[in-house]
Design a protein around this ligand. Structure first.
Ligand code: GDP
Length: 386
């Protein structure tokens, strides 16, 4: 009743305004999948978004893979659901872990992520900040093999190299190859190792204290689920009279979307329904901010260095807010000055007439003109001297 007494200004519609605007604009999300080839990355992505993103994929043979370098590929699809548009970009890393020597094979992935940050940084520091294409990677699903004993050295190296650049969500691939007890044990082992090696994977935000109990329980279950045990399939099979996405074995059917069989639905809900915005926020507020701060720091350091160098050589500091390419600009300027000096030295005597004419062409007096040795032809006839 107290609320009804108050006059209604109308800002309660703000959420609706935001809603309308963002629906109109559409959403985007960039997901990276990484991990050894053959772990089911493409199959899982297709199962997650019910699209065939890998129609034109070319698989390499063993010989080609020996010297393979990590390639980065990008597939974009526009999907729409109930009028809400989502531009989904999947970044794949074929060749990761495929070569004989895989030291530093995470480097091209790290470089790719940095390049996207760099592009964004340039764009947002530029003149036109409208319509910036944001290609920053919001989440990286890292596939862990179900056949090893916990994490392999490459997994540790990859995650440690990237955990400050991107939200890493580890997944236990091909979970149908393990029994429920094995899945449980592997998850515990992997979680322990993640902790032991100081790997910072994506942290689900804490639940608000005023959330209901059901929600809190679901949130805790999600956190306990790491790494998500996943199963992917490109085929639809019939199970108990229903057509479901699954894998058919002589001894039975494993259903991708059955929570008793794997964590596929939990992962999809997390990625799409509950945490997509948080993944984007963390990318913007933490990972990109880190990159930006580093960038600005090193730019400032360069300017200070440049100033000190100039002080030593010419006693004049530069005041450029943006660092200049070291060396290049200095030599360019020096070269120009030298050329100008030469020109002046070799130029014939200045012709006073030309100069006066030049002076006359300008309605406004020039700040400094050498006095001509003869009076100009256009000099005033009644001037004192004549
Ligand atoms: P990628 O190289 O990581 O993209 O792997 P693919 O998606 O191409 O899958 C490689 C092989 O593993 C294919 O034969 C898939 O049918 C199979 N596969 C994919 N997902 C699963 C899974 O969840 N369980 C099992 N058992 N096999 C899978």
């Amino acid at each position: 009743s107290c609320d009804q007494d108050k006059e209604y200004v109308g800002f309660a519609t703000l959420p609706n305004q935001v809603h309308r605007k963002s629906v109109k604009k559409g959403f985007d999300f960039t997901l990276m999948v990484a991990g050894e080839s053959g772990l089911g990355k493409s199959t899982l992505v297709n199962s997650l978004f019910l699209t065939d993103l890998y129609k034109d994929r070319k698989l390499l043979n063993a010989e080609e893979r020996i010297t393979q370098t990590v390639e980065i590929t990008k597939h974009t699809v526009d999907i729409e659901e109930k009028g809400v548009k989502l531009k989904l970009t999947i970044v794949d890393t074929p060749g990761f872990g495929d070569a004989v020597n895989n030291t530093e094979c995470w480097k091209s992935v790290a470089d790719y992520i940095d390049q996207q940050f760099e592009q964004y940084f340039r764009d947002e520091s530029g003149l036109n900040r409208k319509n910036i294409q944001d290609n920053r990677v919001h989440c990286c699903l890292y596939f862990i093999s179900p056949f090893g004993h916990g994490l392999r050295p490459l997994d540790v190296e990859f995650m440690k190299a990237l955990h400050e650049k991107v939200n890493i969500v580890p997944v236990l691939a091909k979970a149908d190859t393990l029994t429920p007890t094995e899945v449980k044990r592997k998850k515990i082992k992997i979680r322990e190792e993640i902790e032991q090696y100081g790997i910072k994977i994506y942290q689900f935000p804490d639940c608000d204290s005023d959330e209901d109990e059901d929600f809190k329980q679901q949130d805790q279950e999600l956190k306990d689920c790491i790494p998500f045990a996943v199963i992917g399939s490109n085929t639809v099979v019939e199970a108990k009279g229903k057509r479901v996405r699954g894998r058919l074995y002589p001894w039975g059917i494993v259903e991708v979307e059955n929570p008793a069989h794997c964590d596929f639905v939990k992962l999809r809900n997390m990625l799409v329904r509950t945490h997509m915005q948080d993944l984007k926020d963390v990318t913007r507020e933490t990972h990109y901010e880190n990159y930006r701060a580093h960038c600005i720091q090193s730019m400032t350091r360069m300017v200070v260095k440049e100033r000190n160098r100039n002080k030593l050589t010419r006693e004049s500091g530069t005041d450029f807010p943006i660092p200049m390419v070291p060396g290049a600009t200095d030599t360019e300027t020096e070269k120009l000055i030298r050329e100008k000096d030469e020109e002046v030295r070799h130029s014939p005597c200045q012709k006073p007439h030309e100069q006066t004419q030049h002076h006359e062409q300008h309605p406004e007096p020039e700040p400094r003109v050498d006095p001509p040795s003869e009076p100009p032809p256009s000099a005033e006839p009644h001037s004192k001297g004549s």
